[in-house]
Design a protein around this ligand. Structure first.
Ligand code: ARG
Length: 465
């Protein structure tokens, strides 16, 4: 069978060209959206008197049969049909003849394919939101249970101040919260209906774009037909949001990898997320965390791909735009799966308090608290910072802790030490003292968790426009 558009052609496509031109290999994934879009279109065509009700019913029932046949693998989808839109239409015509040929009245593949992509986008991204919400639920639970579990806090990868595991987890909660809000915002802008834009300028038929918008569940029809067939902003926005979120996944995954190493030993990853080595029998490798860390590369690539495809393209539709789907589908799959796997991994991750304790003893984590205490006793902060720096240096030369220094040692650093009282520098004391808004004190992290819980409860309503 010749291509549906081949009326003015004398020769068919070369085999290799046919393959190069086709998108069916990847866009067949949208067959449900394509059929839903066509059903809405034909309902509107019958309501506006462009086809009869009888014709509409024949088309709709044949489209439902085609849907079942594709789902059951009974309809061969090949490059001969170029894309899913023509595959469905060809099958329709093969089944009901002349009536089937009326379906494409008042529409173009340009508005049709974008309608499919937007429907697909709305349906798939809600599943990503669900996965992100589940991740947030896991983080909140884990943070709650570990609100007093001490942890080394780092800056520059150097021991900095003691914090808690709950506090550290809630830092990620904030990142994923912003990711969720970005995705909700992108979905709000994307939820518009291109159907009825035609090839680029609208149509001469008196169609009702609000009706298809309502039937397909979009918020409104795209305002300008030329923009409707040319716009891929919403996909680029999505890919930017996906890239940022995958960067967050990657950062968490990296912490899991090094915390799980024998050098740190802060956590143990559940066996079900590790693999062994083919040669070294003792190995338990954090492959899944490493893969999460690495997958972000693909999503950055997807973003750069589409930005580059769209750059400099003139209005309106260009075949370049067919290249929008593979990066979108790839990012949808990678983001959703990565988020779900990260959630499951965090849920089963165990903190190893005994190992963490050994690390807390190193690196003078409470030096800031010592300096703060001297300030409270009347020493200006810059002086106290200097003095504590000297104490640290002395401790290093004597291989001891600050609390091990004798009064003579201290007086040798500064005579004012004679009248100063050294504070209690227990790790939990230092952590609990940081109860300023946003701080690591358990009482403050409890507040952060409560705010987080309330916010999460509002999300499921917003995520379903
Ligand atoms: N398969 C195409 C796509 O993915 C459909 C649009 C083709 N339109 C055209 N005029 N060639 O965008």
């Amino acid at each position: 069978m010749a291509n549906l558009w081949a009326g003015r052609f004398e020769r068919g496509m070369d085999g290799i060209v046919e393959e190069f031109n086709a998108s069916i290999g990847f866009d067949k994934r949208m067959y449900n959206c394509d059929i839903d879009g066509s059903i809405a279109h034909v309902f509107m065509l019958s309501e506006t008197g462009i086809v009869t009700e009888r014709e509409r019913d024949d088309i709709v029932s044949a489209l439902e049969d085609i849907r079942n046949d594709i789902a059951g693998g009974r309809l061969a989808l090949t490059v001969k049909q170029e894309d899913i839109h023509m595959a469905v239409e060809e099958a329709l015509i093969a089944r009901i003849g002349a009536t089937g040929k009326k379906l494409h009245t008042a529409r173009s593949r340009n508005d049709q394919s974008q309608t499919d992509v937007r429907l697909f986008f709305m349906r798939e991204t809600v599943l990503i939101l669900d996965a992100l919400v589940e991740l947030q639920r896991v983080i909140l639970e884990k943070a709650d249970v570990n609100i007093e579990e001490l942890l080394v806090g780092f800056t520059h990868m150097q021991h900095a101040q003691p914090v808690t595991a709950g506090f550290h987890l809630m830092a990620y909660f904030q990142m994923f919260r912003r990711d969720i809000e970005r995705l909700i915002d992108t979905r709000r802008r994307a939820n518009q209906n291109p159907l009825g834009a035609g090839a680029l300028g609208g149509t001469t038929f008196d169609i009702d774009r609000n009706r298809t918008t309502e039937l397909l569940g979009f918020d409104s029809p795209c305002e300008n037909a030329m923009d409707a067939v040319s716009d891929r902003d919403y996909i680029i926005e999505f890919l930017s949001g996906a890239s940022i979120s995958m960067m967050h996944v990657s950062r968490f995954a990296e912490e899991i990898v090094y915390w799980n190493s024998s050098e740190f030993g802060f956590i143990s990853i559940d066996d079900s997320f590790c693999t062994g080595s083919s040669m070294m029998p003792q190995k338990k490798n954090p492959d899944i965390a490493e893969l999460l860390r690495g997958k972000v590369g693909r999503v950055y690539g997807d973003l750069i791909t589409l930005l580059t495809v769209m750059k400099g393209t003139p209005l309106s539709f260009n075949k370049d735009f067919q290249e929008d789907k593979e990066p979108l589908f790839d990012a949808i799959d990678v983001w959703r799966t990565s988020v779900s796997i990260l959630a499951a991994m965090i849920e089963k991750m165990e903190y190893r308090s005994d190992e963490i304790q050994k690390h807390l003893a190193k690196g003078f984590l409470c030096a800031t608290d010592m300096a703060d205490s001297l300030v409270r006793q009347g020493i200006p902060f810059r002086d106290s910072h200097w003095l504590v720096g000297k104490m640290v240096k002395l401790c290093e030369s004597k291989s001891c802790d600050m609390s091990d220094l004798s009064l003579e040692d201290l007086i040798s650093l500064d005579p004012r030490f004679e009248s100063l009282v050294l504070p209690d520098l227990s790790m939990m004391g230092c952590v609990s003292a940081r109860k300023t808004f946003g701080g690591t004190a358990p009482s403050e992290v409890k507040r952060q968790i409560e705010v987080g819980r309330k916010w999460l409860a509002t999300i499921s309503e917003k995520s379903n426009p």
